[in-house]
Design a protein. Sequence first.
Length: 327
Amino acid sequence: MLGLVLLVHAWLLGLWSNVDGSATLPGPPVQARPLMVRQIVWPEVPVATAAAAAAVATEAPREAAASPARPRASAGPRAHKPPATPPAPTAEAQAPAAAAEPTAEPAAGALPPVYPTQLPPPARLLYSMRRGAATGTAQLDWAWAEGRYRLSLQGHVPSAPQAAWVSQGLLDSAGVAPERYTENRRGREWRAANFQREAGRISFSGPGLEFPLVEGAQDRLSWMIQLGAVLTANPALAEPGAQISVFVAGTRGDAETWLFTVQGRESLDLPGGSVPHAVHLLREPRRPYDTQAHVWLDPARHHLPVRLHLRVRATGEGTLLELQEAR
C-alpha cells in the first residue's frame, strides 16, 4: 500500500513539472551532438626590421636622384646635355617673335659664331601694325648708355589689351647682351627669360628648364638690334646668300640657333616713305608651327628694322610692322 502511494506521488510531481515548464515530458533520451571546433591558422607575414625599413625609405630618393625624370623630346630640353640637332620653337602669333615650346639645346659644334658688332645709336621707331584683320600701331624704343641698354616694343590695337615686350641688359664685346626679357599684358609682367651671366645659364620664370648661356645669345626682341649691328660691322654679310646665325631664347623654355639668310636688297614703299636698298633677311622655320621671320633692315638707319613680318607657316597667322616714322 505504501509503495502504491509513493508511485502516485511520483506521477503527480512529474505532471506538475511539465506544466511548469521547468522540465520536459518524458521521452527517449536525446544525445547531444559533439561540439566541432575548427582552428584557423593565419599565414605568417614577415615583419621588416627597422634597418630594412630605413633602407627602403632612403633607397627611393637615392634612386630618384640617380635617375631624375626627364622631359620628352617634344616637351623640352634636358639641361646641360645637348643633343646633336635642336628643333625649332613653336610660334605664338601675338608676340613680336612668336613664343615656343621647349626645344633641345644645341650641340657644341652647332653654336653660332661670335660676330664683330657696331650698335646703332638710340632711336624711336613708330610702325603701323597689322595682325590678321586687326590694325594698330607699334613703338620700338632703343636706348643705351654707360654699357647698358633697354629695348622695348609696345603694340596698340583697338579693343585689344595693350602688349609690350622688354629686353634689358649689358653691352659687351659680342654686342647686345640681355640679362632679362619679359612679355607683358595689361601692364603686368607675364613671362620672363633670365640670362644669368655670372652663373652662365638661361632660366625662365615658368618652365623649370635651363640652357647654357652662350656668347652672343639674344632674346626674342633683342635679335632685331643685334642682327643690324652685325651687318653694320660686317658689310660683306649683306650679300645675297650670306647667312647669319643668332642663338635666340624665348620665355617658354625655348632656346636655339636661328639662321637668317640674306635674300637681297629691295626698295620698299612704306607708310613713312620709300626705303631704297633695304636688306631683306629670312629665317625659315624647321617645323610647321614655328615662326617664319622676314626682316628688312635699312642701311641708312644703321640697319634698324623698317619692315618686319612674323608668321606661323602652318596657319598663315602673323604680325606685320611697317615703318611710319623714325625719331
